[in-house]
Ligand binder design. Structure first.
Ligand code: ACO
Length: 317
C-alpha cells in the first residue's frame, strides 16, 4: 500500500479531544445480570469498566469542540467534516449532518463506516482532501455500541461501550505527518461479526481474535515498509482497543514492546471507531508524543477491515 506521494500537500494534527459518557458500568455491575465475573473479564480482555450513554452526535460534538479549542481553529475555517461511525443516530441523514449544524461548520460533512478501523480510514481520507485543496479538516471517530449490544449475551456485552475522539488536521508547508498508510478489507468474513439493521452485534469471538492479530500485523507491516521505517523506530503504537491480549500478541509479532503501546481499554472497553482516537488523545495529553516521533496507528474491525498509518509527529522536515 502507498507511501504518501512526495508531491502531495502535507498535513498535521493540530488539535485533539475526547468524550466519554458519564455513566460507568463496572464488571461487577455486569456480573449481577450475566453469568460472568470481574476476574474473567479482566483476564480475558483487560477491561475493568466501560462508559455507556449518549448519542453518536452528542459525543461527537463534545469531542470535536475540545479538538477545535485545542487547535485554536474557528469552526468557520473547517473545510470538511469526516465522521467515522458504525452506529449512526439515523439511517438518513448521516450523523455528521447534526454534528455540522451543532458546531456551526459551513462545510461538507459525511460519515465513514469501516467499523473499528474507521478512524484510520477517515484520517486517510482527510489527508486526501488536504492533498487536493482543503486546508482544515475535522476528523471524528465515535461509536455508541451499547445501543446495538445484546445485554443478555455475555460473549459481547462484556466488551462493547461508547465514546468519541476527534482531531483537527491542518495543511502545512512541506511534507506532512503521514508517511504511509494502508487500508484493507475482506468482505468474505462478514458473518464473523455483524449487526443487522435494528438488531444486535453477533460475533464469533475466537475466530475474530485469531484474524485480528494477523490482519493488524499485516497492515502495520505494509505501512512500515511503505514508510521505509522499522518497528523498532516506532515511539508509540496506537492500536484498536478490542482486547489487551490482541494488542499484546500483535505488538509481540511486530517487535514493539508493550510499554510503547497506548491503551485505554481498561476503563473504556471497545468503543469501535472511537478507540484509536481515545487512546491517541490519552497519550498526547500524557505528554507521551514529541515532535519528530514516529507514531503507528493500527486497527481492525468488522468487514473484516484493517487500517494503519505511520505518522511523523509534527510533520517531516
Ligand atoms: N464470562 C465468563 N465466561 C465466559 C464469557 C464471559 N463473558 N464468555 C465466554 N465465557 C466462557 C466460554 O463459554 C468458555 O467456557 P468453556 O471453556 O466452558 O467452553 C470459556 O469462557 C472460554 O471462552 P473463549 O471464547 O475461548 O474465551 P476467549 O479467551 O477466546 O475470550 C473473547 C473471548 C474475549 C470474546 C475473545 O475471543 C475476543 O476478544 N475475541 C475478539 C473480539 C473482538 O475483538 N471483537 C471486536 C472486533 S472489532 C469491531 O468491529 C466491533
Amino acid at each position: 500500500m502507498p507511501a504518501t506521494s512526495p508531491g502531495a500537500r502535507g498535513a498535521t494534527i493540530t488539535g485533539w479531544g475526547s468524550a466519554l459518557p458519564s455513566k460507568v458500568v463496572t464488571n461487577a455491575d455486569l456480573a449481577r445480570t450475566l453469568d460472568t465475573s470481574d476476574e474473567w473479564i479482566k483476564e480475558r480482555s483487560g477491561i475493568a469498566e466501560r462508559r455507556v450513554g449518549g448519542s453518536t452526535a452528542e459525543l461527537s460534538i463534545e469531542s470535536a469542540r475540545r479538538a477545535l479549542a485545542k487547535s485554536g481553529v474557528d469552526p468557520s475555517e473547517i473545510d470538511a467534516l469526516v465522521l467515522s461511525t458504525t452506529t449512526p443516530d439515523r439511517t438518513v441523514p448521516a450523523t455528521s449532518a447534526r454534528v455540522q449544524n451543532a458546531l456551526a461548520l459551513t462545510c461538507g460533512a459525511f460519515d465513514v463506516n469501516a467499523a473499528c478501523s474507521g478512524f484510520v480510514y477517515a484520517l486517510t481520507v482527510a489527508h486526501g482532501l488536504i492533498a487536493i485543496g482543503a486546508r482544515k479538516v475535522l476528523v471524528i471517530g465515535t461509536d455508541t455500541l451499547s445501543r446495538i449490544t445484546d445485554w443478555t449475551d455475555r460473549n459481547t456485552a462484556v466488551l462493547f461501550a461508547d465514546g468519541s475522539g476527534a482531531v483537527v488536521l491542518e495543511a502545512c508547508d512541506g511534507p506532512g505527518q503521514l508517511l504511509a498508510w494502508d487500508i484493507d478489507s475482506d468482505g468474505s468474513a462478514e458473518e464473523l461479526l455483524y449487526s443487522d439493521i435494528g438488531g444486535h452485534i453477533h460475533m464469533e469471538g475466537k475466530e475474530v481474535f485469531r484474524r485480528a492479530v494477523r490482519i493488524m500485523v499485516d497492515s502495520a507491516q505494509k505501512s512500515l515498509t511503505a514508510a521505509g521505517v522499522s518497528a523498532e523506530n516506532i515511539s508509540l503504537v496506537v492500536p484498536h482497543q478490542a482486547n489487551i491480549r490482541i494488542i499484546e500478541a500483535a505488538c509481540e509479532r511486530l517487535g514493539i514492546p508493550m510499554e510503547r503501546a497506548a491503551t485505554v481499554l481498561r476503563y473504556t472497553g471497545n468503543t469501535s471507531s472511537a478507540s484509536i482516537p481515545l487512546a491517541l488523545v490519552d497519550a498526547l495529553d500524557a505528554g507521551r508524543v514529541h515532535a519528530g516521533d514516529l507514531v503507528l496507528l493500527v486497527g481492525f474491525g468488522a468487514g473484516m477491515t484493517a487500517g494503519s498509518a505511520v505518522l511523523r509527529w509534527g510533520g517531516s522536515t
